[in-house]
Design a protein around this ligand. Structure first.
Ligand SMILES: Cc1cc2nc3c(=O)[nH]c(=O)nc-3n(C[C@H](O)[C@H](O)[C@H](O)COP(=O)(O)O)c2cc1C
Length: 186
């Protein structure tokens, strides 16, 4: 198996990070991988907001959980009301991925960029977690306040965050793959 295939297969979501910050050249390599994702009509409809301020990351954790309290789902309620839960798992870096509202397929472009960044991180042995939980904040009553606070450009909607940092976990096996998801017509 070549290195790219190995990295794709070995990437797992990291849910415990060391507090040590990743190196700037590692961050730049990860961002560059995101920038080189495919996009519908080559619109490159993403915007990345890098946050390396631990107080702000803590605040986003608190506010995301607060906003999630308004969501009618048992699992989400449990997470939202868990005072101890850090939805970013102690990651020292967050990248908020926002999409251009006027683009053709901004969610898809942003997902492609996000996955590129996750794979790039794994190739550097940096842990990552794709975080959809932050969308509660950006769909909640404080959405506009936080879009302003984070300088999200006008006309963009934040979709996800990527938590990044050195892994504080042992390698874990991938969950079993769901069967019957591929059909061949030859
Ligand atoms: C769109 C999306 C949103 C996700 N949101 C979260 C999240 O908010 N918190 C979290 O811990 N993991 C989140 N994940 C990670 C998934 O739980 C994880 O990818 C899945 O359980 C498979 O595990 P693996 O990444 O180790 O293969 C998200 C993944 C995707 C693709």
């Amino acid at each position: 198996m070549n290195e790219t295939l190995k990295v794709i297969k070995s990437r797992r979501t990291t849910r415990k990070f060391k507090s040590e910050q990743i190196k700037n050249e590692e961050l730049q390599a990860i961002i560059e991988a995101g920038l080189y994702a495919p996009s519908a009509h080559n619109q490159q409809s993403w915007n990345f907001t890098v946050i390396q301020n631990s107080e702000l990351i803590k605040e986003l954790n608190r506010e995301s959980k607060e906003a999630a309290k308004g969501f009618n789902d048992e699992v989400i309620q449990k997470m939202a009301n868990n005072e101890k839960l850090d939805v970013f798992y102690g990651a020292p870096t967050l990248i908020i991925v926002s999409g251009m509202d006027s683009a053709m397929m901004p969610q898809v472009d942003c997902a492609a960029a996000t996955q590129n960044m996750l794979i790039a991180a794994e190739s550097l042995n940096i842990g990552s977690c794709w975080n959809g939980f932050i969308s509660f904040l950006f769909n909640g009553p404080k959405a506009e306040e936080y879009k302003k606070k984070l300088n999200i450009p006008e006309g963009f909607t934040p979709y996800y965050a990527i938590a990044l940092g050195y892994k504080d976990t042992k390698a874990i096996n991938a969950p079993a793959r769901r069967e019957g998801t591929v059909q061949y017509i030859r």
